[in-house]
Design a protein around this ligand. Sequence first.
Ligand SMILES: Cc1cc2nc3c(=O)[nH]c(=O)nc-3n(C[C@H](O)[C@H](O)[C@H](O)COP(=O)(O)O)c2cc1C
Length: 366
Amino acid sequence: MATVLTSSEHFFDHTAHTYMEAVSEDLGMRVYPGFSAEMEELYSPAGQHNLEAWARDFLRVVHQDAPLERRTVPVSWEPPHYAPQLGAPTAKTGTRTITVVTDLDEDDSNLAHMIEAFRHHAAHPVDVLNLREIGMKGSCLGCLRCIYDGTCVYKDGFAEAFDQRIQTADVLVFAGTLRHRYLGSVFKTYFDRNFRNGHRPILHGKPMGWLLSGPLRQLPNMRRILEAKNEVQRSPRLGIVTDEQRDEAAITAHIVELASAVDRWAEEPWIRPASFLGVGGRKIFRDLMYAMRGLVRADHLYYRREGLYDFPQQDHKRTLFNWAMAAMMSLPWTRRWLMEEMSKLKVMGLRKIVDQKGPAAGEPAS
Ligand SMILES: Cc1cc2nc3c(=O)[nH]c(=O)nc-3n(C[C@H](O)[C@H](O)[C@H](O)COP(=O)(O)O)c2cc1C
């Protein structure tokens, strides 16, 4: 029997719990739902009470051998063979720089061919950065020495690789083989070492794509993690390609599509609005940085400089709006008028914009 007890800032704690629960089930254990405490929660009597009650219930389930429903299905994966004939390469006439960040190992034949196909079809120069070759000496120690100015205690190849090949790239493509419901340990080490960058979205705006060998469709938690990485950075998402198609031509077609997405983005940059993942994640970081601003100096200076402290109480236009609304809501006849007109008022601004823009090209005027 397994369970998961963590403390955190609730920044993607649910994906960590889901992962731990899933691998515990893979290892043949039954899993009792975990307890994700906020960092300071256990100082409060309510937090302590909840923890003790949770632990008592966990022990009850263990002693009574109570039924626990399995939440995941085992991953079943036999990689297809992917080694396409590529033909003539696309001329590298583009001016954007693309860095492919990978943990490619000797046995990752499919991934090697996927990277090669991407490089082959890209119209821009492609730098392949193998994380195995940058000499990372270890994972993040959690020592927090970096919070002052972003300098890590490790003296190894991470900083140079990040500063000179990742941060300077116009476009990033991460390429890895999925192992045990996540990427391999080298990628894990790389992402952990990003803690040197604190909570600063310093890859902000850089388009990102993924080449993955492995059963992503069976790993919705993993997909969420990847999407979150994009959204928290506010980076355009170019696409995720896997070798799950089981058909060489189809995999290559998706890789070509990913390569050409770089061109389309270069021609017309745009970004999908962040969903809950990006919006929620950013708000957690914003509030945390502000609450810890005396300590996390590097983050605080960045948040101030980049205008990331976008608290609603500092939105003066909205404050005025709310004063006006509060006044109208306090009088019965203006309140009645507001309630009756609400639906119209909500779309009034958008309607004006649509009217100004007129019909789209080729569309009849209504
Ligand atoms: C290197 C490092 C990485 C962290 N990553 C996360 C994270 O991804 N999400 C989160 O909510 N909190 C994160 N935190 C905050 C810790 O989870 C939180 O401070 C926790 O309470 C620390 O518990 P501990 O002192 O027992 O290690 C991180 C802290 C450190 C030092």
